[in-house]
Design a binder for this molecule. Structure first.
Ligand SMILES: Cc1cc2nc3c(=O)[nH]c(=O)nc-3n(C[C@H](O)[C@H](O)[C@H](O)COP(=O)(O)OP(=O)(O)OC[C@H]3O[C@@H](n4cnc5c(N)ncnc54)[C@H](O)[C@@H]3O)c2cc1C
Length: 472
C-alpha cells in the first residue's frame, strides 16, 4: 500500500483536509464524484465565513468574541449543539484565514446590501468558486492527486478501521481516510422518505436544491448502515426561502429572496404564519424554507411595499408588481377578501417607532395573535410587490458523530484511521437552525483537523508496519 491519505469529496472540507494532510507530509489522493467543471460541491456556491475576532481584523470590523458567537449558535440551534465541538470550530475560525490566504483565498469586506454581516463574516473575493479553484490549484501544486468522476460507492472496514474505498469494482487502499462527501440533500428519494406526507402532501416533492446535484448521501447511508454512530434528524437542514422559479439544482445564492423581514409573509390561503421580524435576517433566513415546507403546497408569498425597495439585496428575477393590494392578490391567485383582511389587520396593528433595519428596532405590532416583533410598518405605499417562495434546501444535518479529532465513531469508540468533515458531520454542531457563514466555519475547522489526524494516523501506521512493507 503506497497511499497515506484518501480524501473522499471535492468541496471545502475535503480540500482543507487534503491540504493539511499534504502539508504534514502525507501522500494524498482526493476523489471527487463530479466532473471537473462541477467540482467543489456546495462550497462553490458560498460567499463567506463566520469568524470570531476580539478586535478589528482586515476585512472585519469591531469585535465578535467567542462568547457572542457561541450564544448565537446556542440560540439558533435551541441548544441541540455539542458545546465543546462548537467552541473548537469557533476558536479555529479566528486563526484559519492566514492559512487560507497561503493557499490562495482572498477576502473582501461584506457586500453592500448584505445585511448585518460586516462585523461577523469575511467574504471570499470571487465567491466560493474562487475559493475552491484556489484550493485545487494549491493542492495540485503541492502534489495532491485529484480524480474527477470518481464516485465512491462503499467503504471496506475491519471493525472500525478503514481498509479501502470502492468505485465500482476498483479498490483503493490507504492508511487513513477522510470522508467529506457532503449531506444527502440532492437525493430526492431520500428527502421524500425523510419528510413523508404532511396533510396528504409529499412535501419534499416541492423542494428545490440550492446547491450541487452530487451530494447524494451515498456514503452517509453506507456508513450508518455499516454501524457508524449517527447524529441528527434527517428532516433537519439549512432551508432558505427561495424564488419558486429557481431550478431544481444549483440555483445558488441568486435565487434567495431577502425581503421577508421588511413586509409580511402569507401562505396560499392568504394568511400569515410566522413572526417575520423575530430576529436579524442572517439569523432567520435559514428557517423560512422549513416554515414554508409546512404550509399547503409548500409555497409562501413575501409581500412588501415600495418603502422596502432598496433595503434588501435585489433578487435576480423581478417579483409580481401591482398598484393596488387587491390587484396584487389577484395576480398571485390568492383569495382577495382574505388577503385584504390579513393586510388590513396587520396594518392596523403596526406601532411604528423609529424604523432601523440594522437594529432590533421598536417597530412592532400590538394585539395580533401572531405578532411581528420588529420592523413592522404598514404595507400602504404603492407600488406593491410579491415574491412566490419555495423551500430551498441548502444542506442536511444528519451526519456522523465525531470527537474533537473528527474521528468516525462505531458503538461509541473512535476509529483509528477514518475521519469525517464538513456537511457529513455538521449535525454535531448544528442540531437545527443556522447562522450565516457557520457552514464554512465547521467545514474549514473540521476539514483541517481531519486532514491533520489522518496524516498522523497514516504516519503511525507506517512506522508500526514491518520493515519489509515500508514504502511498498
Ligand atoms: C447556495 C449556497 C450558498 C451557501 N453559502 C454559504 C456561505 O456563504 N457561507 C457558509 O458558511 N456556508 C454556505 N453554504 C453552505 C456550505 O456550502 C456548506 O456548509 C459547505 O460548503 C460544506 O462543505 P463540504 O465540503 O462538507 O460539502 P460540499 O462542498 O457540498 O462538498 C461535498 C463534495 O463531495 C462530493 N461527493 C459527494 N458524494 C461523493 C461520493 N460518493 N464520492 C466522491 N465524492 C462525493 C461532491 O461532489 C462534493 O464535491 C451555502 C450552500 C449553498 C448551497
Amino acid at each position: 500500500m503506497s497511499l497515506d491519505v484518501l480524501v473522499v469529496g471535492g468541496g471545502n472540507a475535503a480540500l482543507c483536509a487534503a491540504l493539511m494532510a499534504r502539508e504534514a507530509g502525507a501522500s494524498v489522493l482526493l476523489l471527487e464524484s463530479s466532473p471537473r467543471e462541477w467540482r467543489g460541491g456546495n462550497s462553490q456556491h458560498t460567499r463567506n465565513l463566520r469568524c470570531m475576532h476580539d478586535s478589528p481584523q482586515d476585512v472585519l470590523i469591531d469585535a465578535y468574541p467567542e462568547e457572542e458567537y457561541w450564544q448565537d449558535l446556542l440560540k439558533v440551534t435551541g441548544g441541540i449543539c455539542d458545546e465543546k465541538l462548537a467552541r473548537l470550530a469557533i476558536r479555529a475560525s479566528s486563526t484559519c484565514r492566514n492559512w487560507m490566504r497561503k493557499h490562495g483565498v482572498r477576502f473582501q469586506p461584506s457586500l453592500s446590501g448584505t445585511l448585518h454581516l460586516s462585523r461577523t463574516n469575511a467574504f471570499f473575493m470571487g465567491g466560493g468558486k474562487a475559493l475552491v479553484n484556489a484550493y485545487y490549484r494549491s493542492a495540485q501544486a503541492m502534489g495532491v492527486q485529484v480524480r474527477y468522476n470518481a464516485k465512491v460507492d462503499s467503504i471496506e472496514l475491519d471493525g472500525g478501521r478503514f481498509l479501502a474505498a470502492r468505485i465500482g469494482s476498483e479498490r483503493i487502499e490507504a492508511r487513513a481516510c477522510v470522508l467529506a462527501a457532503g449531506g444527502f440533500e440532492s437525493n430526492l428519494e431520500w428527502m421524500r422518505e425523510a419528510w413523508g406526507q404532511i396533510n396528504g402532501e409529499w412535501v419534499a416533492d416541492n423542494f428545490l436544491i440550492r446547491g450541487t446535484r452530487y451530494n447524494m448521501g451515498t456514503l452517509l447511508k453506507f456508513m450508518i448502515d455499516a454501524g457508524a454512530d449517527a447524529i441528527g434528524d434527517p428532516t433537519q437542514a439549512h432551508m432558505a426561502a427561495i424564488d419558486a422559479r429557481a431550478p431544481l439544482y444549483d440555483g445558488g445564492i441568486c435565487t434567495r429572496v431577502d425581503s421577508v423581514s421588511l413586509g409580511i409573509m402569507v401562505n396560499n390561503k392568504a394568511e400569515r404564519f410566522y413572526d417575520e421580524g423575530e430576529d436579524f435576517w442572517p439569523k432567520r433566513y435559514a428557517i423560512w424554507g422549513r416554515l414554508i415546507a409546512y404550509q399547503p403546497g409548500q409555497t409562501g408569498y413575501s409581500i412588501i411595499d415600495s418603502k422596502a425597495i432598496g433595503r434588501f439585496m435585489p433578487p435576480v428575477f423581478p417579483g409580481v408588481k401591482a398598484d393596488t393590494l387587491p390587484e396584487l392578490a389577484s395576480q398571485l391567485g390568492l383569495d382577495q377578501q382574505t388577503f385584504m383582511r390579513t393586510v388590513n389587520d396587520y396594518n392596523a396593528a403596526c406601532r411604528v417607532g423609529t424604523f432601523d433595519h440594522t437594529q432590533l428596532d421598536d417597530c412592532h405590532t400590538e394585539g395580533l395573535a401572531l405578532p411581528k416583533t420588529h420592523w413592522a410598518r404598514p404595507i400602504d405605499t404603492p407600488p406593491f410587490y410579491a415574491y412566490a417562495l419555495r423551500p430551498g434546501i441548502t444542506f442536511t444535518y444528519l451526519g456522523l458523530k465525531v470527537n474533537d479529532q473528527s474521528a468516525v465513531h462505531f458503538g461509541g469508540a473512535p476509529s483509528p484511521n477514518l475521519f469525517v468533515a464538513g456537511e457529513m458531520m455538521a449535525g454535531n454542531v448544528l442540531g437545527k437552525g443556522y447562522t450565516a457563514g457557520v457552514g464554512m466555519t465547521i467545514g474549514t475547522a473540521f476539514g483541517r483537523i481531519a486532514g491533520t489526524q489522518a496524516a498522523l494516523s497514516a504516519a503511525t501506521a507506517q512506522a508500526a508496519a514491518p520493515a519489509s512493507t515500508h514504502g511498498a
